[in-house]
Design a protein around this ligand. Structure first.
Ligand SMILES: NC(=O)c1ccc[n+]([C@@H]2O[C@H](COP(=O)([O-])OP(=O)(O)OC[C@H]3O[C@@H](n4cnc5c(N)ncnc54)[C@H](OP(=O)(O)O)[C@@H]3O)[C@@H](O)[C@H]2O)c1
Length: 313
């Protein structure tokens, strides 16, 4: 049998290469062969592909991406060509839920004020007069995927009351997952709103001015998912009006966030530059997902988690 040609943009260590090659008859071509490999490749293992890449990849059948969100892919073209897409949702659970917690704790305990004081070598308790706790507060987690589930467990351990809204209502043990129709009612009760949902046509701009007007006054919003889920102008307005008491953002609607953007100037906003999923062994974990999917692909078995190009995630 002729080997399955796999093209990758990822610089793999020898043992990572070997882990892929030992799955079966594959010819793995690394970044040194990109983009020349595109016309031959049946499978791609890459963070991203462009529409132009796709046009060259005439034999492509399956794309394994190294992120959880498929929102940056040319989904219409992939759908039209019948190319299957798998993601690595699941490998970010620990890092991204810790990052969401970091943003929550840093806002609640006013860490940025302490860092500013440290820069000035100044001991001053004044900025910390109104510190709050997470314990006893209500958190609303929007999006009960791998990250949402990991975060809910952690928030419960911090003695928060946790509510969950996601696309598919369901029960998961003691957790009641409500559908999007419950979002507005839950928003009115939540002290913390944490976004861990996919960016899709349905969720783009989900948090617009009307929705942000429904939050409990003084609530805080944390977004570790995708910036475009939130209308950023409406977010700035809600923060300025004091409707929202703060925001922790690992993602913004345009990245990088423009240096002139007002979000940089608001004192109760913490911005991290889309690094929430980073962790040691990222590529090892992505390779493990790819390896298992490759085994299934060669055996004609269904993938463990496939992106639904109609739903968009
Ligand atoms: N900041 C970073 O560095 C970083 C890193 C990794 C991921 N992310 C983002 O975080 C998101 C979550 O990651 P994950 O690993 O948890 O992915 P995941 O397991 O695929 O979870 C995606 C979640 O989005 C929910 N969702 C989709 N459409 C929705 C809708 N219309 N209304 C409500 N919920 C909806 C899904 O709901 P159901 O469960 O109900 O189907 C699912 O719970 C990713 O999509 C990605 O955009 C960011």
């Amino acid at each position: 049998v002729s080997p399955v040609v796999v093209g990758t943009t990822v610089r793999l260590r020898p043992e990572q290469r070997q882990a892929i090659e030992e799955v079966g008859p594959v010819r793995l071509v690394g970044p040194e062969g990109w983009p020349d490999i595109l016309p031959e490749a049946e499978v791609l293992f890459a963070f991203d592909v462009t529409e132009a890449d796709l046009e060259r990849a005439v034999r492509l059948k399956w794309l394994q991406i190294l992120s959880a969100g498929a929102d940056r892919l040319p989904q219409a073209a992939l759908r039209a060509r019948g190319i299957r897409v798998t993601n690595v949702a699941g490998i970010h659970t620990e890092a991204l839920s810790e990052h969401a917690l970091l943003l929550m704790l840093a806002l609640a305990r006013r860490l940025p004020a302490a860092v500013r004081l440290m820069d000035a070598r100044r001991w001053d308790q004044e900025p910390f007069r109104r510190l709050g706790t997470l314990a006893g507060k209500t958190a609303l987690v929007v999006g009960y995927g791998a990250v949402g589930q990991g975060l809910v467990r952690r928030l419960e351990a911090l003695d928060m009351t946790v509510r969950v809204v996601s696309r598919r209502p369901r029960r998961d043990g003691d957790i009641v997952v409500e559908g999007l129709d419950a979002l507005d009612a839950r928003l009115a009760e939540a002290d913390w709103i944490i976004l861990t949902l996919a960016l899709t046509p349905e969720t783009r701009g989900l948090f617009d001015a009307a929705r942000l007007a429904r939050v409990k006054p003084g609530a805080r919003l944390v977004n570790v998912a995708r910036g475009a889920i939130v209308d950023q102008d409406a977010l700035v307005a809600a923060l300025r009006a004091g409707r929202l008491a703060g925001a922790g953002l690992d993602v913004t609607s345009a990245e990088p966030l423009d240096p002139g953007h007002p979000l940089w100037t608001l004192s109760e906003v913490i911005i991290t530059p889309h690094v929430g999923g980073r962790q040691e062994h990222y590529i090892d974990r992505a390779v493990a997902v790819f390896r298992e999917n490759l085994r299934r692909y060669l055996a004609g078995e269904p993938f463990a988690r496939e992106v639904d190009l109609i739903r968009g995630y």
